[in-house]
Design a protein around this ligand. Structure first.
Ligand code: APR
Length: 208
């Protein structure tokens, strides 16, 4: 069964579609950029870039980081090592780009989110910066599409409700104020709780 709800307001349109597989897909269009939510595994995304929720050492890890290095093969780690040798550890909130090895995407943008320390340690600003710096890097490489995981909400412990509000707010601001070539920004959510949280944030913030 397919059903859709459409909302129009100024320069965006919101669809809320239930597909045949019963996966909910949500899309909001801000100016020329579509922001969408899907459920799934980020390593399968065919966008121009996917974003890695890395750590400052850029040497791989678990979660998204482990999945990307496993699926992409050793060339990504080799490139990360060269970056660290040249410029040192990657501070939280910053981003760097590598090729994508065996992944179906062209590039991996590695960013570092904040570790959740209760909410008073600048976490929101660092998380917003991780999204914005990744998007700027994508623009500077003339990319048209990018897929994000839910940065910081796994090993780094950021609660989904707070993280999704920051993530959605950051990409909507970017789409409104900075996007030139980027036409598609996808959030790839790994489970129902993550999806529901991002869908709620997208609906609220995109109506403002
Ligand atoms: N695709 C999409 N989302 C995924 C995947 C995947 N293959 N695997 C995990 N997730 C989800 C998790 O459920 C979580 O909500 O991504 C979110 C981020 O989780 P982490 O990967 O643990 O990232 P983060 O919280 O930013 O912690 C970063 O984890 O492994 C390390 O090297 C990494 O030290 C760094 C830390």
């Amino acid at each position: 069964m397919v059903s859709a709800v459409w909302y129009f307001k100024d320069n965006y349109l919101l669809t809320n579609t239930i597909t045949e597989q019963n996966h909910v897909l949500m899309i909001v269009k801000i100016k020329n950029t579509a922001i969408s939510l899907v459920k799934g595994d980020i390593t399968f995304q065919e966008t121009d870039a996917i974003v890695n929720a890395a750590n400052s050492g850029l040497m791989g890890g678990g979660g998204v980081d482990g999945a990307i290095h496993r699926a992409g093969g050793p060339s990504i780690l080799e490139e990360c090592k060269k970056i660290v040798a040249k410029q040192g550890r990657l501070p939280p909130g910053k981003a760097v780009i590598t090729a994508a090895g065996n992944l179906p995407t062209k590039y991996v943008i590695h960013t570092v989110g904040p570790v959740w320390r209760g909410g008073n340690a600048n976490e929101a600003a660092i998380l917003a910066s991780a999204y914005t710096e990744s998007l700027r890097l994508a623009e500077s490489h003339k990319l048209e599409s990018i897929a994000f995981p839910s940065i910081s909400t796994g090993a780094y412990g950021y609660p989904f409700a707070a993280a999704s509000a920051v993530a959605i707010d950051s990409v909507i601001k970017f789409a409104k104020n900075e996007a030139l070539l980027l036409k598609k920004i996808v959030f790839v959510l790994f489970n129902d709780a993550a999806y529901e949280s991002y869908a709620g944030a997208l609906e609220i913030i995109s109506r403002q």
